[in-house]
Structures are given as structure tokens and as C-alpha cells.
Design a protein around this ligand. Structure first.
Ligand SMILES: Nc1ncnc2c1ncn2[C@@H]1O[C@H](COP(=O)(O)OP(=O)(O)OP(=O)(O)O)[C@@H](O)[C@H]1O
Ligand SMILES: [Mg+2]
Length: 366
């Protein structure tokens, strides 16, 4: 590749000049065609995809007319460092949405409409926002996220026009539009305190959902689906209920994100049972820092105690005294771990574990 062209490409990319990146790629492609046909085809396919075009989309971002603050946040392209861990049901439905998009023309010919509007419901920190980003990434579409704080303007009657501006913007070019904290704007119309404003808002949303174009996907996410106006709820093509991760999903998460602790995954699954992914992640982050600062094994910090589990499972078990070892076993047992799990985690045999537990319990009860 010519030096000048490479420099142009790098400088344009680093300064965020998409038009210039596009130009550089168009010049580079024919030059490398014979030497590297695979790269040539890749560049061409990227140039043709709407990745660059949509980024270059010169549409003016909607702003609040009083504060002049932007009403949306745009992510383009959406970069995903990791894939969300999802239940089989949700994963297969999302893959179907992606598949439908690749067959969109055929579906339309058959008079079938692809999924355009999706409601994500469920508790916090389990992958609703992440899944919306994943979809945008897979479809190579920009992600437009509603900035709720700006949209809900302090001026009465303004929220409706702000939402309308955002939805008009997002439906005018191919994108994935995410309405996070959807319950805040789509509450039941029988809430008397905010009746007038809410009625107007819900009417805007109903119209939007009915008229949403095939080219874009609208995702609404909420922790409180029970607060949604029932008329809105019914309008979504697809409703996906997210729940806290199952033990299998936590195991998959540990394998994906914390493979250094793979051997303790059963124990960690028990520790994190019933927790959301973001809680689990926070715990790992804090524990990693603490382990580094205290120069201790991460697993010990995660267990939150002075249990020197690494040394127990180590073959050099002489490192800790038998008394210490026994106390660890009893603590794990009290935490609700089965004898089989304790055996797996500590490397001790099940009969030994059983003996330790019975002995210590007998001592304690006397
Ligand atoms: N399914 C998942 N797989 C892997 N990591 C996850 C998953 N869900 C959440 N996380 C981690 O937790 C963080 C927060 O997740 P996310 O923002 O998607 O939650 P949410 O369901 O949208 O929560 P909220 O209702 O509070 O908006 C993510 O950035 C990711 O690091
Ligand atoms: Mg979210």
C-alpha cells in the first residue's frame, strides 16, 4: 500500500474525518486488488454497507429548544468488546431479528413485516442495554439512545415535542433506537397527577409504534413493565423478559470474562446466585483491586474472608495448619455449599470433609 495513502487513511481515521476515510479507502482498494483480493473485497463491502454512510449522515441531531442540549446520544459504529450472556430463549429471538433483517426484502415481498419494535423488560444490570447495543453491532447500524434527562424538560408540555423530535429523527434513517427507562415516558394514563402531559405523550408513542418504518428497529427498555400503559405494551412486535442469570449463565460469564478463576466456577456460581451481571461485575472489579493491593489471591478476596482457599487446594497443604484448613471447610459448609462442592474447591477428599465437619460440629455443640 502506498505510504501517502496509508498516512491519509490513518490521519483521517484519527481525526474522525469519515468522508476522507472513505476517499482513502476508495483509492487504496484498486491498488491492492491483485495482491490481496480478500482485503479488497472486505474494503468494498464495508464501503457499500451503511456503516460509513450512516456515520456520515449529516442529519442534524435533535436538541431541546430551550436548553439547546442534545436529546440523543449516538454510537456509531457500536463496538462490543464481549457478547452478552443470554438465556437460550432471548438469544434465539434476537438471532431471529438479525436473520429477518438479512431477509427483509424477501419478507416484504411475501407481505410479512420484520420485527421493528421490541420491548425489553426486567430488573437492572442483566443486559437490556447491552443487548440493544449487540443488535446494533450485528446489524451494523448506528445506535441512537434517548437522553431521558434532557428529554423530560422542566417545561410542561415540552416532553411530548422533544420525544416527537427524537422519534422523527430516528425513523428518518436506518438505525437502532433505544428508549431506555421507557416507563418514565410511557406511564399509564390513569396516573392523575400528570394526566394531561402523560396522555399527550402516550398518544405520541402509540402513533410512533404504529408507524415505525421497516428500516429501523425501536427498542424500549424498562425495569417496571407494570407501569406501562397497557395500550403501549400490546403495540410491540416482540416482548422479551430478561431475568437474573441462571447458574449456567454465571458459569458462562466466568469462563468469558474471568477465565483465570475457571476452576472455582462452581463455588463462584453459588456466591453470585441471584445477583445481576452488573452486581457480579462490580464485585469482581472491587475484588481485583483489593487482591492487587493486598497481594492476595483473588478467590480469597472474593470469598470476602481470610479463607486461604488457594493454599488449601494447593498440594503443598502444609502451608496452612490443619486447624486453619478445618475452619475454612466449616465456613464453606455454613455458607451452604454441599460437601461435594467443598471437596471440588479445596481438593480434599469427601470423607475428609465429612470428618472435619462432624468433628467440629460435635466440638461446638459440647
Ligand atoms: N447478559 C450479560 N452478559 C454479560 N454481561 C452483562 C450482561 N448483562 C449485564 N452485563 C454487564 O453489566 C453491565 C450493565 O448491563 P446493562 O447496562 O445491559 O444492564 P441493563 O439490563 O440495561 O440495566 P438497567 O435496567 O439498569 O438499565 C454491562 O455493561 C455488562 O458489563
Ligand atoms: Mg439499561
Amino acid at each position: 500500500m502506498e505510504l501517502k495513502l496509508s498516512q491519509l487513511l490513518i490521519d483521517s481515521a484519527l481525526t474522525g474525518n469519515i468522508r476522507s476515510v472513505e476517499m482513502a479507502l476508495k483509492k487504496i482498494a484498486p491498488k491492492i486488488k491483485s495482491d490481496d483480493p480478500e482485503l479488497y473485497h472486505f474494503i468494498n463491502s464495508r464501503l457499500q454497507s451503511n456503516l460509513l454512510r450512516s456515520k456520515d449522515n449529516s442529519k442534524i441531531l435533535p436538541v431541546d429548544t430551550d436548553s439547546r442540549l442534545q436529546l440523543v446520544r449516538v454510537e456509531n459504529p457500536v463496538i462490543m468488546p464481549s457478547t452478552p450472556i443470554l438465556s437460550e430463549n432471548i438469544e434465539s429471538k434476537l438471532f431471529q431479528v438479525v436473520k429477518e433483517r438479512s431477509l427483509i426484502e424477501k419478507l416484504l415481498e411475501l407481505g410479512l413485516t420484520p420485527t421493528k419494535t421490541i420491548l425489553f423488560e426486567g430488573p437492572p444490570g442483566i443486559g437490556k442495554t447491552m443487548s440493544a447495543r449487540w443488535l446494533a453491532n450485528k446489524l451494523e447500524l448506528p445506535l441512537i439512545v434517548l437522553d431521558l434527562a434532557t428529554v423530560i424538560s422542566s417545561y410542561l408540555g415540552k416532553t411530548g415535542s422533544n420525544i416527537r423530535a427524537v422519534l422523527d429523527y430516528a425513523s428518518s434513517f436506518p438505525c437502532v433506537m433505544l428508549l431506555d427507562e421507557f416507563d418514565a415516558i410511557a406511564k399509564r394514563r390513569d396516573d392523575e397527577r400528570e394526566l394531561g402531559e402523560l396522555k399527550r405523550l402516550v398518544t405520541v408513542l402509540l402513533q410512533t409504534l404504529d408507524d415505525w418504518p421497516e428500516s429501523s428497529i425501536l427498542i424500549a427498555a424498562t425495569n417496571h413493565s407494570e407501569l406501562l400503559d397497557p395500550a403501549i405494551w400490546r403495540r410491540f412486535d416482540l416482548q422479551l423478559k430478561f431475568s437474573n442469570p441462571t447458574p449456567q449463565m454465571i458459569e458462562a460469564y466466568i469462563e468469558q470474562q474471568h477465565s483465570d478463576l475457571k476452576k472455582h466456577k462452581k463455588l463462584l456460581c453459588d456466591l453470585f446466585s441471584g445477583k445481576s451481571f452488573s452486581d457480579i461485575e462490580r464485585t469482581f472489579n472491587l475484588a481485583r483491586k483489593e487482591a492487587f493491593i493486598k497481594d492476595q489471591a483473588l478467590i480469597n478476596i472474593l470469598l470476602g474472608r481470610n479463607e486461604n482457599l488457594e493454599s488449601v487446594s494447593n498440594t503443598s497443604q502444609q502451608q496452612i495448619s490443619k486447624t486453619e484448613r478445618n475452619e475454612i471447610v466449616l465456613k464453606l459448609y455454613r455458607k451452604g455449599l454441599s460437601q461435594r462442592k467443598i471437596a471440588e474447591e479445596t481438593g480434599l477428599s469427601r470423607p475428609t470433609i465429612k470428618k472435619i465437619i462432624t468433628t467440629l460440629q460435635t466440638i461446638e455443640s459440647n
